[in-house]
Design a binder for this molecule. Structure first.
Ligand code: SF4
Length: 332
């Protein structure tokens, strides 16, 4: 185990799908063996664009933790905690707000993109809370002395903003905070069943960790294939077929090779190909689904994990805030 701490997390706004699984969870499961890991359930951050729907956020807190545990996050190795239960983060966010200009936040490419995507919610005028979420994210990371933040390339501007805040704080108040580094995820972005680069609920193109075998089968039967292929004996192009793409995630190398060859030779029917994919996907997700069902039937286990994790994270946050306040001459 390396003597460095990871801080990472997600907004509890919906169930996790296989894009999350291959995109970040596989990585976190590996990293928890190497680094001390803290995973926050970012309910306060979720409210920045769901302030009018607190029920949704509340409902998804436990769901998110169940997904984590089902996918292999081990509470003995990873501390899972609730952001809103660490008031020190909110306090540190206020202190940091003096160190960031509005213009700098408006220039942050990740925030810019997200504001454009949320036009329906914000109209022409974004809220102070949403514009400032990189500041509270910096507080999330640094209040726990996070040194490593696993994230995708699209998150790089947020980590850079955090590093700027740390450097500014340390240059004014003394060397108190640790400057975190991004750990670029080696895992890929998974396309939706419709071929869209993005997978999500609003697009209706995702397979969720919690999907039943029937739901998985129904979704896969509707996946986009080679549109030029009409009859079974027409030669197909597996390179533009989402079924073939998903077989690479859930089927063995030998199966993928055979599928490719038979498709190109017009010796394979799309219906049979999809049925085989559905079977393999259901089997791949089976242990996660079973663990999920167990935890859903035993919510007290999840609540206890959150209670213990939050208490542990709070203690760490209190230690940091003592140092921060002393440096800022606020320790009365
Ligand atoms: Fe896609 Fe399989 Fe049909 Fe080929 S046979 S087009 S790989 S679904």
């Amino acid at each position: 185990m390396e003597n460095k701490r990871i801080v990472t997390g997600d907004r509890p706004t919906g169930r996790l799908h296989i894009g999350h699984y291959f995109g970040s969870l596989v990585n976190r499961v590996k990293l928890q063996d190497k680094y001390e890991t803290y995973i926050l359930v970012a309910d306060v951050q979720a409210l920045t664009d769901n302030f009018n729907n607190p029920e949704k956020v509340r409902k998804n807190v436990r769901e998110l933790v169940i997904d984590y545990l089902s996918c292999g996050i081990d509470p003995k190795k990873s501390t899972i905690y609730i952001q809103s239960m660490i008031p020190e983060t909110a306090e540190l966010t206020v202190f940091y707000s003096n160190l960031v200009t509005i213009a700098r936040l408006q220039r942050n490419p990740t925030v810019k993109t997200e504001i454009a995507q949320k036009k329906e919610l914000f109209g022409e005028s974004v809220t102070y809370g949403f514009l400032g979420y990189p500041v509270s994210q910096a507080a999330d990371i640094t209040v726990l002395d996070g040194e490593i933040v696993p994230a995708g390339e699209d998150q790089e501007p947020l980590i850079e903003q955090c590093r700027e805040i740390v450097r500014k704080f340390n240059s004014i108040y003394g060397e108190v905070l640790k400057e975190p580094q991004i750990y670029l995820s080696e895992n890929k972005r998974i396309k939706g069943l419709d071929g869209n680069d993005k997978m999500g609920k609003s697009l209706g193109n995702a397979i969720y960790i919690s999907d039943s075998p029937e739901e998985i089968t129904k979704k896969i039967m509707g996946a986009v294939t080679d549109p030029a292929r009409i009859k079974k004996d027409d030669p197909g192009n597996p390179d533009i077929c989402m079924v073939s793409y998903y077989h690479k995630l859930f089927s063995s190398e030998d199966e993928c090779k055979t599928i490719c060859e038979e498709c190109k030779a017009g010796k394979r029917g799309c219906v049979a190909c999809k049925k085989q994919l559905a079977k393999n996907t259901i089997e791949f997700l089976r242990p996660m689904r079973e663990k999920r069902e167990y935890l859903e039937a035993h919510p007290e286990i999840v609540d206890e994990i959150l209670k213990e994790g939050t208490a542990k994270a709070k203690k760490e946050a209190e230690k940091t805030m003592k140092k921060v306040k002393k440096a800022m001459k606020l320790g009365y």
